[in-house]
Design a protein around this ligand. Structure first.
Ligand code: MEV
Length: 332
């Protein structure tokens, strides 16, 4: 059995995080400049059925049978075994790595799951369809996040911009005019499970107030989809600013995120907002491509530990940011 490798991209949420957990729509795009990678190699001298899992970045080196049901990596492997009805895997080593920062709102958990699921299914000679990959990764997301909406595993599995609403078929949309995003990382790790739980507690304390916030975010997200489809990316700026203000009201921004948002705006970004769970992690700004380097510099000055420039909807050859082929969602 030959070795098998699979990769999966990171993601950024443009509009609708948190509100999406409560049934509102959200928009997310893949970010291929960062990736998770999983490689399965046969262990010719391994004990029959022994699956060794190595994830050096999180200090994990374990045998599958030692991992409890609540371990996300173990759950991804068991999910594939269940879906393919393979009770025993030939002895192998599954090595996982990622350039996606952990606990930063860029979908590292979902990307690791998707890469692992595809690598293992490929190694077993039974590649599985995207719908099954997405469903298996969603089960692992429940371990990561508690009550995930499903947007992370969807955008990472399908690698296209998505308009996601829980319980409805996944929608993608055409990009009327390519646009530039600059992503800034506060360097503050913030597990999504915690921010989602904090918002849930506040929603339980003030359901009417929070439903109003979620509905306002839902309406911004729908307007943003129309602007993207219609080819009016400059209109995204004020919508991002409004979405950020609503997330601040929800209590999921932080001083570091607000500093980066202000920095991006002062360098001429059309708009900027936190992205993902918040309370740390990443923010995203939209801007004129000619301004992207200035915005990037301003983010670094305002404390970003890392910045990523990406384009949504451009062909790789047209990407002035030098993105690698395949790192832009196709126009659909
Ligand atoms: C996490 O990337 C986005 C959240 O809305 C949680 C979720 O949708 O599962 C905060």
């Amino acid at each position: 059995m030959p070795a098998f490798t699979a990769t999966a991209p990171g993601k950024i949420i443009l509009f609708g995080e948190h509100a999406v957990v409560y049934g509102q729509p959200a928009i997310a795009v893949p970010v291929n400049q960062v990736q998770a990678r999983a490689t399965v190699t046969p262990n010719l001298w391994g004990a029959p059925g022994e699956v060794v899992i190595q994830a050096p970045e999180i200090g994990l080196m374990a045998v599958l049978d030692e991992l409890g049901a609540d371990d996300p990596l173990g759950a991804a492997v068991r999910g594939v075994m269940g879906a393919l009805q393979v009770p025993r895997i030939p002895a192998c080593t599954l090595k996982v790595s990622a350039t996606i920062p952990f606990a930063s709102g860029m979908g590292s958990g979902a990307a690791v799951s998707v890469a692992m699921i595809r690598a293992l299914a490929g190694f077993l000679g039974q590649p599985i369809d995207d719908g099954t990959v997405c469903a298996l990764a969603f089960e692992v997301e429940k371990i990561h996040h508690g009550t995930p909406s499903g947007i992370d595993n969807s955008v990472v599995t399908y690698r296209v911009p998505v308009f996601f609403q829980k319980g409805l078929p996944l929608e993608t949309f055409s990009i009327g005019k390519a646009f530039t995003l600059v992503i800034g990382d506060t360097g503050v790790r913030s597990p999504t499970r915690e921010t989602v739980a904090a918002v849930r507690a506040r929603w339980q304390a003030d359901p009417a107030g929070y439903e109003r916030l979620f509905a306002a975010i839902g309406s911004i997200t729908r307007t943003a989809r129309d602007a993207i489809r219609g080819g009016y990316p400059t209109r995204l700026g004020p919508l991002m600013d409004e979405n950020h203000a609503l997330l601040q009201m929800m209590g999921v921004s932080s001083e570091e995120l607000d500093n980066l948002v202000r920095g991006a705006k002062s360098a001429g970004a059309w708009g900027a907002k936190l992205s993902g769970g918040g309370c740390g992690g990443n923010m995203v700004a939209s801007c004129d491509p000619q301004r992207a380097l200035e915005v990037q510099g301003a983010l670094e000055k305002a404390g970003a530990v890392r910045t990523i420039l990406t384009q949504v909807g451009a062909r790789p050859d047209d990407d002035p940011t030098g993105g690698q082929p395949g790192d832009l969602g196709p126009q659909l």
